[in-house]
Design a binder for this molecule. Sequence first.
Ligand code: IRO
Length: 309
Amino acid sequence: MIDLSTTIAGVRFPSCFMNASGALCVTQDELEALGKSGAGAIVTKSMTVEPRQGNPVPRYHGFPGGSINSMGLPNLGYRAYAEMIPHLKRFGKPVIASVAGLGEEDFPIIAEVINAAQPDLIEVNLSCPNIPGKPQIGYDPETSERVLKNVRPKISVPMGVKLPPYFDPAHHEIMGKVLGRCGVDFLNMINSVGNGLVVDLERETVVIKPKGGFGGLGGRLIKPVALANVRAFYKLFAGKIPIIGTGGIVEGSDVFEHILCGASAIQVGTVLVEEGLEVFDRLEAELTAILMGKGYRSIQECRGRLQEL
Ligand code: IRO
């Protein structure tokens, strides 16, 4: 038997696969469907203080290489998720609450109430690329540190950070130092690659409405960026801070690559939206076949074992 369970910050996950925040996880029905699915956890949509409709449609577009989105944080507001969390925990898998905010002052307010509802873990989203007029917090080390230090005392369950993609080792290092000072229990990377542009050649238009067509890229085309970030932070922390690898997973081989780079678990966004909840069973079967073929019995056995030349 191959063991696909994993542990993150002391919390056991029956399977290493879960939804990425944002993918099929806004409403109670969607979250319950994740509970009944093959996913190893239930991850909520990033939440704000007030409920939000999000940006105007069309705001998601799938294409052969992946997806582009500018959802604009549609969510039910943190009070609704705080009420839902005790119920969601009955599915027997960890619940991860994703906390965001429209301004930095929102994060501790949301975190305190959500923490009281006792999700198994809390993920602080410093990397939403789609709020018109607001830059991603994760690209500003000082603001990131202030937000994390203000939110940390409000959270007693394991606290993680959802990071944007970084593109230079200097930025990995600066952010690594910030994270090292803030008492972070786990990391999740990457959020979508922000502010890409996809063109509809036929119609000579952009494909999503908000922000003149600019949006976060996900799916197959972002895998090398995701793997590089997983690897960089795995090495920076010498494997001591568990990492959830997100970005570009379409097949079991992509999962295996994330694990080799250092991921303890993986999340799927675009492929979950495109394929539906059955994707978890497919990826589980594909990863199992790969591990068996290579003679590994668990993901722990190969995590971080990527060889350099
Ligand atoms: O537009 C969104 O809602 C969104 C968010 I909060 C995020 O963190 N990442 C993303 O690609 N979209």
